[in-house]
Write a protein that binds this ligand. Structure first.
Ligand SMILES: C[S@@+](CC[C@H](N)C(=O)[O-])C[C@H]1O[C@@H](n2cnc3c(N)ncnc32)[C@H](O)[C@@H]1O
Length: 152
């Protein structure tokens, strides 16, 4: 298990509390995101955490693959999906560099509150571009210095 996975596995247990504390940021991101989604979209939720956003946005799109490096986060996300009877979201413990994620395969890649945590941002952005279909959309909110920014 690598250091990042270990860190986020440990954070998973109390992540719900963090989500509650930053509920205003989460709801703003969710509401802005819906403006950019279509009912047929195939979506990747990168760094999905406990799956809250995937579950909240599931009704707005065709289907979502939600991935996270942390097995503990994915367990909680799967429980959230089952509790809400969400059928078009699939949760998987993996990274964006997984070869199973094919070139030109997603209409939308979302990355909420996580890009500031990746050490290799340039290669991550390159990879996001690679797996997006031509004309696909990348939606993210992340910390930028002391500011929170929303990109789409
Ligand atoms: C601050 S949480 C954000 C979770 C969720 N997107 C949200 O908005 O609530 C960051 C998440 O990114 C995941 N993560 C960090 N580095 C990752 C990587 N290299 N690949 C996949 N997931 C990663 C962590 O495990 C964690 O669940």
């Amino acid at each position: 298990m690598d250091k990042t996975e270990k860190f986020w596995d440990k954070a998973a247990k109390n992540y719900g509390t963090t989500e509650e504390r930053f509920a205003h940021i989460h709801s703003k991101a969710r509401d802005k995101t819906t403006e950019h989604l279509k009912s047929t979209d195939v979506v990747l939720d990168y760094g999905c955490g406990t799956g809250t956003k995937s579950c909240e946005l599931a009704n707005f799109v065709g289907k979502i693959l939600a991935i996270d490096i942390s097995g503990e986060m994915i367990e909680l996300a799967e429980a959230e999906g089952s509790a809400n009877a969400i059928e078009n979201v699939c949760f998987e413990q993996t990274t964006i560099f997984d070869k199973a994620l094919e070139r030109d395969s997603f209409d939308v890649v979302m990355a909420f509150n996580m890009l500031h945590t990746v050490p290799n941002l340039q290669s991550v952005v390159k990879r996001i571009h690679e797996i997006l279909k031509p004309g696909g959309r990348f939606i993210s909110n992340t910390l930028f210095g002391r500011e929170e920014v929303f990109l789409s």
